[in-house]
Design a protein around this ligand. Structure first.
Ligand SMILES: [Zn+2]
Length: 246
């Protein structure tokens, strides 16, 4: 469908980019993305995807806003404390871009859940959900854009084993719960770093949809906030992976 004058105006800076342009904006309008987690990673990710005009965005989160979230979950305000994160974030997206069809799930994601998106965004903070999302993405042939942040370090990758047989899945990289796994509740995390990881996940999703550049498939981007340096590790498929080996 042709863009209206308002939509041309809204998406002008993307229309100017040769890697996105008119075809990319149309692909974004037709795209469906599911974001698991409406917190520190999911918030900025969802805002940038709505701003980019992603056609349908589904948000899952069963949590409510706590004052201790506001240090990094900048999509919320004091007035949102004790209210549903998924519902408030959904309202923010709708206010930012009324063209986006937003749906909200206020229950916790569980294996077997029926997800809307062809791209899944793992913006959670626990390994159990990460493993379940990875298995679902692999089995159903979807992209999984995954991000994590702890202390001063952030990680982003795209797992595409269900789409590309040469690509590793999350379980190739992390086969089981790491014994030293730590939650940011216990060790702390810099708020601004979570914003970087969330927006990097949005960037990867936009690249996948628009067919722009090289998504972080088979590569893990590590951001070291303290040193100001980033590096990229190669991830390879594990022939003995319990999820994707073939
Ligand atoms: Zn695997």
């Amino acid at each position: 469908m042709a863009l209206t004058a308002e939509q041309l105006d809204r998406h002008k800076r993307h229309l100017l980019l040769k890697e996105i342009g008119g075809p990319g904006v149309q692909k974004l309008r037709a795209a469906k993305v599911t974001i698991i987690g409406a917190g520190a990673l999911g918030g900025p990710c969802a805002l940038y995807l709505a701003a980019a005009g992603v056609g349908e965005i589904e948000i899952w989160d069963d949590d409510v806003v706590d004052r201790s979230n506001l240090q990094r979950q900048v999509q919320f305000t004091e007035a949102d404390i004790d209210r549903s994160k998924a519902e408030i974030l959904g309202d923010r997206l709708q206010a930012l871009n009324p063209d986006v069809k937003v749906s909200v799930q206020t229950q916790r994601f569980a294996p077997g859940a029926d997800l809307l998106g062809a791209i899944l965004i793992d913006a959670t903070d626990n390994f159990e959900t990460r493993f379940a999302l990875n298995a679902l993405a692999h089995e159903s042939g979807r992209y999984l854009v995954s991000g994590a942040a702890s202390r001063w370090t952030g990680q982003i990758s795209v797992y595409a084993s269900g789409v590309d047989t040469d690509a590793p899945c999350y379980a190739c990289f992390v086969p089981e719960l790491p014994p030293e796994a730590e939650a940011c509740d216990d060790v702390g995390v810099v708020g601004a770093l979570t914003g970087m990881v969330g927006t990097r996940m949005a960037l990867e999703a936009i690249k996948i949809v628009a067919g722009a550049g090289k998504p972080l498939i088979g590569r893990l981007l590590i951001i070291d906030g303290l040193s100001g340096e980033s590096r990229v590790l190669k991830l390879r498929p594990n022939p003995d992976c319990s999820v994707c080996s073939r």
